[in-house]
Design a protein around this ligand. Structure first.
Ligand SMILES: CC(C)(C)[C@H](NC(=O)Nc1cc(F)cc(F)c1)C(=O)N(CC(=O)NO)CC1CCCC1
Ligand SMILES: [Zn+2]
Length: 183
């Protein structure tokens, strides 16, 4: 069971590395990716999160648990506890994206960053990605809104990019022209 002690904190070299492509989807890779998804699911369950002191997460990239592998998990429940997004992606790749940008109005955080860093992180409003799933199938995913933001944040982790790298140093809280806040 993954807990907060398994989550690598900034600054750590692995968080600044370009993660390696997953060449073979073996049993170990599948179980590692499942444990990442399980962390997110557990962290959104009140009793389990409380019991194991888990920070409630919506996405997790393999380097954040010390794995040099290009894979990520996204798990988002809505307020009624219904699953909205549930993905385990291997070798994800952004194939195209909108010109339009969006941002989380309250800024972003990160499970690997303990302090709050203020400022807007601009992301593409819509993205089209391809990835491989744990059953070895190719998947194409068109994402917008929250899912697009989470996927971009996690794919950045696979490229050694932290959310705060994308905050404007001079005008951190200024929305870019034409960017719409995530509703
Ligand atoms: C770091 C943390 C604050 C825990 C963040 N959670 C989060 O943003 N939850 C959230 C946001 C909403 F807008 C509405 C809602 F219902 C819940 C998160 O899990 N991550 C995952 C992470 O660190 N992955 O590496 C950071 C998010 C910032 C933008 C996308 C992922
Ligand atoms: Zn993060």
């Amino acid at each position: 069971l993954l807990t907060m002690k398994d989550i690598v904190r900034d600054p750590a070299p692995i968080l600044r590395k370009k993660a390696a492509e997953v060449s073979e989807i073996d049993e170990e890779t599948i179980s590692q990716l499942k444990s990442m998804r399980e962390y997110l699911k557990n962290s959104q369950n009140e009793e389990i999160a409380e019991k194991y002191k888990l920070r409630s997460g919506v996405g997790l990239a393999a380097p954040q648990i010390g794995l040099d592998k290009r894979m990520l998990a996204v798990y988002i429940e809505n307020t009624e506890g219904e699953v909205e997004y549930d993905y385990m992606l291997i070798n994800p790749k952004v194939k195209s994206h909108s010109v339009a940008e969006t941002y989380m109005p309250s800024g972003e955080g990160c499970l690997s960053v303990d302090e709050n860093i203020e400022g807007l992180v601009h992301r593409y409003k819509r993205i089209r990605i391809t990835a491989t799933t744990i059953d070895g199938k190719q998947l194409e995913l068109k994402a917008k809104g929250m899912l697009a933001v989470v996927l971009q944040h996690e794919i950045d982790h696979l490229d050694g990019i932290m959310f705060y790298d994308r905050i404007d140093k001079d005008f951190p809280n200024d929305p870019k022209i034409g960017a719409e806040p995530l509703e």
